[in-house]
Each structure stands twice: as structure tokens, then as C-alpha cells.
Write a protein that binds this ligand. Structure first.
Ligand code: SIN
Length: 296
């Protein structure tokens, strides 16, 4: 789609007097939906779901949501997951606080990844609600993994389409993993460490979206440990290529946060990256995760 056309706000259903305004935020993925209160959006949920399938990342501004309202909105997309390694709010364990204090150096999610691909049924999507944001910095990047797949040569598509990747949470939540090594530098997050994080699950390297049928690459740096059936040197080389390819700027969009911003993303087709460029300033978010299917 030409850039000018992609930047023009679109009415998602022109014949409906309550049609939402859906404004794409990059040529690759992502759209902003304005003039909607997510605490009272039952009449618009079909349009929101259609936009979610089309744009993969949706941004809503100026929301005022309590934990119950955050959960109720996310539940339109499916049952909620309790993160196995992040401690949620006492009264709402499915709502995870994501906090970086002004005096902390390490953020959570500060590298390209797909949420929880170490589960046999990884989440359908995640929702982040901004409570406190730095004046500048702390944006989140998203990358369209269908676009990344489509841009491969036909030979490479055929080859990687036959492969499976082994995923685990070991590098993050395992013994001697990131959580353990960085616990002092990231005190405001309560992240678990467990031997269970070393368990591996196998997922196809190319997954088919269960609703749209789009094919997408499904490998990510922290959780995909190796490619099955290849020698280590082959697996390392191919994974390095795929990781870098998946993260190319041409597949991305960037979300700027302010208090009250909500972003919902489709983990079946995007990776994301929380930028850590706000040293000396505070950022606090609430995250919920929606259960998903086994990748096929
Ligand atoms: C995450 O990876 O879920 C955190 C994203 C963010 O804080 O922007």
C-alpha cells in the first residue's frame, strides 16, 4: 500500500454510524483507534477484533482503567493467563506490574522477543496499559513476523517451513538466567527463578495464524534455543540469520506511550522490544496476557 494511503485514517465499517476511526501507524503493522472507551466498548468489539487481525498491534489513548476493566477488555479475546514467572497484583494475579524505577538500569522486555514462546500453548496476545511514563523514551517497538516470512526467498521459505525450534525459558527464568543475574539491577520487578524453566517445547519455525491463515516466522532470541535436526553450528548460523531478519526496521512500528495508553498485540504474528532509553526516569505499566493455542 502506498505510504500516503496507509497514513490516511480509515473508517473500519463505513455503513455503521458508530464506525471506529482506525489510523495505521506504519506501513508494516500497527494502528491507533481513537474516540473509544475500552471500559464500555461492547458495541465496537467486532470492529476492534477485525482491526486486530488486520494490523496486529492496536493502540488506544486516554484510557482510565482499573484492573477489573483491563481484564474485562482483554477477556473479549480469550481467557487470561497468569504469567508463570512474574508476580501479579495481589488481588489480580493475571495483572502483572512492569516497573522500572528512576534509579534502575535494567528494564523488562528490553530485547526482541515473543511473549512466552516457551509454553506449549503460548499466549494469543498481550495488553499493556501505561500508568506512569517518562517524558521521552521508553517506547515499544513491534515487528511483523508475517512480513518477515513473506520477504524470504521461496527456497528459504520451503526450507524453514519444514523446521521446528526448541524453546525454553531457561535464559530468562532458569538457574543462572537473566532474572537471577539481574535481580539486583531490577529490584522493582518480582521475577521467578526455577528449574522448571529449563523444560523445552517444540514449535514450528513457521506458524500459521489460526484466524487469518497468515504464515509467520516464530523464532526469537531469548526463548528459541536451537533448531531440531540441524547440527549446532548450522542451527546457530540459521537462527542468527532469522533473528536479525525478523527484527529489520522495515517490518516494524514504534509505539510512544503516555499515561492512559493501552496497546494490544498479537503474539502469534509479532515480536516486540521495550526500549531502555530513559535512564533516571520512571516507567510503570500493567500487563495482561491472553491464552493462546498450540502453534501449527
Ligand atoms: C513486555 O515485553 O511485555 C514489556 C513491553 C514494554 O514494557 O514495553
Amino acid at each position: 500500500m502506498p505510504l500516503m494511503e496507509s497514513l490516511r485514517p480509515l473508517r473500519s465499517t463505513p455503513d455503521n454510524h458508530q464506525a471506529l476511526i482506525v489510523r495505521p501507524i506504519s506501513g508494516a503493522l500497527g494502528a491507533e483507534i481513537s474516540d473509544i472507551n475500552l471500559a464500555k466498548c461492547a458495541n465496537s468489539i467486532d470492529q476492534i477484533k477485525a482491526a486486530f487481525l488486520k494490523y496486529h498491534v492496536l493502540v488506544f489513548r486516554e484510557q482510565t482503567l482499573n484492573p477489573i476493566e483491563i481484564k474485562n477488555f482483554a477477556k473479549y479475546f480469550g481467557p487470561l493467563e497468569t504469567h508463570p514467572y512474574i508476580k501479579g497484583l495481589d488481588e489480580h494475579p493475571e495483572v502483572a506490574p512492569i516497573i522500572k524505577e528512576a534509579n534502575e538500569k535494567i528494564n523488562f522486555g528490553g530485547g526482541w522477543h515473543t511473549d512466552m514462546s516457551f509454553l506449549s500453548c503460548p499466549p494469543l496476545g498481550s495488553l499493556l496499559y501505561a500508568i506512569d511514563t517518562p517524558e521521552f523514551g521508553g517506547d515499544t517497538l513491534f515487528a511483523n513476523q508475517h512480513a518477515a516470512y513473506e520477504s524470504l526467498s521461496d527456497y528459504m521459505k520451503e526450507f524453514v517451513g519444514q523446521l521446528k525450534g526448541l524453546h525454553s525459558a531457561a535464559s530468562q527464568y532458569g538457574l543462572n538466567g537473566d532474572s537471577e543475574k539481574r535481580s539486583e539491577a531490577r529490584k522493582s520487578m518480582s521475577l521467578g527463578i526455577s528449574e522448571k524453566a529449563h523444560a523445552q517445547v517444540s514449535h514450528p519455525v513457521v506458524r500459521t495464524h489460526p484466524e487469518s491463515g497468515l504464515r509467520a516466522l516464530y523464532v526469537n532470541r531469548p526463548f528459541t534455543e536451537r533448531l531440531e535436526g540441524l547440527r549446532s553450528s548450522e542451527s546457530n548460523a540459521l537462527l542468527s540469520f532469522l533473528w536479525s531478519h525478523c527484527e529489520e526496521p522495515r517490518f516494524t512500528c514504534r509505539v510512544r506511550w503516555e499515561p492512559g495508553t493501552v496497546t494490544l498485540w498479537d503474539n502469534r504474528i509479532v515480536q516486540h522490544y521495550a526500549l531502555n532509553d530513559y535512564d533516571g526516569r520512571r516507567r510503570e505499566m500493567r500487563r495482561v496476557t491472553i491464552e493462546g493455542d498450540r502453534p501449527i
